[in-house]
Design a protein around this ligand. Structure first.
Ligand code: NAD
Length: 473
């Protein structure tokens, strides 16, 4: 299988392969040759060589290229969804939803980019015209995770390319087969040679070489907070831009006057969609004492009814976690919580492959399940006295991605929206949600440097040039 796409050519180097194993049964699904630091150097060299031509290319032409890539993905959506389900264990319906959302976004970036306006600003001087325009950074690196292996890359790639940044992309090795489909779509798009490059490989070689490359002016990274911070430290040494979308420990607050049934539906979706492996997954439920027992009962009942199994089966709600690390974290978080006094009210068993969707009641804020990102189908429920304590517990974390609050009071909703230190707040719906025309990004250690989606993502991929024209005598 062709593996690397550099300077307009597919390459199949004789290097160590990345072998992809099924999270369902550990069977080998395929392998792809791995890139090296030398390949990164070549790819970044190609982006540097084409940067001026690409920046000067009419934005409508770049938009057409992105639309062509989206059409290519859409054409093969069924087979890509199947690859994704096999490779990362995502139920095939969820894989289809991811593709549809990604294609909608890719097309929207193409439309939004031709409306990325500058501003004319007043001047304190006579006979002077001031205005701003947005320009690309130049050679860019995109480094992506495995959990949304199609949507996250297509978002970053579409946004970077349509704004004129030539790109080198390193996908997650756990999702390299899905990534190869995406790479084929962009490789076939009418882009100048060198504008799009694809170099799979490990984070410690290819990822680190990209983040540290002297010629890379922007790193768009989505992944864990620890890796993102390491990348940002390297980029800081040459003042390169960084767009970081990182981890979360997202809370759902269920307050005294909440519609508990509605909250339970949203919580169960938020905790278990994508096997709980969403950056904005519901990682903590914080319920006031007035509703606590009802919340535990309603969430447990719904969680116990979920079907776990083969991601390709039509009735599967929850597939297997991606790898041993995720599964063992779920096991450890349950064990730690039980040791410290929590109780299991649904599920509770972690096998060799699957994690049963689990609800833990009587969780306290210092337990690992309440402080560390679990990234699995686990719902810890914490009891608090009132709204103020709910907000204090919700904010007591290094993360701040996407929170939700359930209340029937407009006044309470507004107070909580303002008090939560979180990049997004949803009222009376799941926190595990995104759409194109709403920015998605983190406060605190959940992200910095820009947002996903819409014009905000395009702004994160560009820098502002200010222009002053003196037309006096
Ligand atoms: P990860 O940080 O382990 O890996 C992400 C990418 O970084 C991979 O391609 C990996 O190979 C690469 N990488 C690893 N070490 C590197 C290094 N030293 N230098 C450069 N690149 C390196 O994350 P993951 O396990 O793939 O994804 C799960 C994490 O991503 C979770 O923390 C989740 O919350 C987060 N995430 C965040 C968002 C968001 O929008 N905020 C979206 C999806 C996932």
């Amino acid at each position: 299988m062709d593996a690397l796409f550099i300077d307009g050519q597919w390459r199949e180097p004789d290097t160590d392969p990345i072998t992809v194993r099924s999270p369902v049964d550990d069977g080998v699904l395929g392998s792809v040759p791995s890139g090296t630091a030398e390949h990164v150097d070549e790819a970044v060299g190609a982006t540097a060589a084409v940067a001026t031509e690409f920046r000067e290319l009419n934005v409508y032409e770049r938009a057409e290229a992105v639309k062509a890539a989206m059409a290519a993905i859409e054409e093969r959506a069924d087979s890509i969804a199947e690859t994704m389900a096999r490779e990362v264990g995502k139920p095939v319906d969820e894989a289809r939803e991811e593709i549809d959302s990604a294609v909608l976004s890719g097309r929207s970036y193409a439309e939004d980019a031709v409306r990325l306006f500058g501003e004319v600003t007043p001047s304190r001087f006579e006979d002077r015209l001031n205005y701003t325009q947005r320009e690309p950074y130049g050679p860019a690196a995109v480094v992506t995770p495995w959990n949304y292996p199609l949507e996250i890359p297509t978002d970053h790639l579409s946004a970077a390319l349509v704004t004129g940044n030539p790109v080198t992309w390193k996908p997650a090795s756990d999702a390299v087969l899905t990534a190869t489909h995406v790479a084929e779509a962009f490789a076939r798009a009418p882009l100048p040679e060198g504008a799009f490059n694809f170099v799979p490989g490990s984070g410690s070689t290819v990822g680190a070489a990209l983040a540290g490359h002297e010629a890379v002016r922007l790193v768009a990274f989505t992944g864990s907070t620890d890796v993102g911070q390491r990348i940002a430290a390297r980029a800081a040494g040459r003042s390169a831009g960084c767009l970081l979308e990182l981890g979360g420990k997202d809370p759902v607050l269920v307050l005294d006057d909440a519609d508990v049934e509605r909250a339970a539906d949203a919580i169960v979706m938020g905790s278990n969609y994508n096997c709980g492996q969403s950056c904005s997954g519901t990682e903590r439920v914080i319920a006031t004492e007035a509703v606590y027992e009802d919340v535990v009962a309603a969430v447990s009942e719904r969680t116990a009814a979920l079907t776990t199994g083969d991601p390709l089966a039509a009735d599967t709600d929850v597939g297997p976690p991606i790898n041993d690390d995720v599964r063992e974290t779920v096991r450890d978080h349950i064990a730690d919580a039980l040791d410290r006094g929590a109780r299991v009210t649904a599920g509770g068993s972690v096998g060799d492959r699957y994690c049963e969707p689990t609800v833990l009641a009587d969780v306290t804020p210092e337990m690992r399940v309440a402080t560390e990102e679990t990234f699995g189908p686990l719902t810890p429920v914490i009891e608090v006295a009132d709204t103020d304590e709910a907000v204090a517990v919700a904010n007591d974390t290094r993360y701040g991605l996407q929170a939700a609050v359930f209340t029937e009071s407009l006044r309470t909703a507004h107070r909580v929206i303002n008090a939560l230190r979180s990049g997004g707040v949803v009222v009376n719906g799941t926190n595990n949600v995104w759409e194109h025309q709403l920015p998605f990004g983190g406060f605190k250690q959940s992200g910095s440097g820009g947002e996903y989606k819409g014009k905000w993502h395009l702004e994160g991929m560009t820098q502002v040039k200010s222009v002053a024209i003196d037309y006096g005598d």
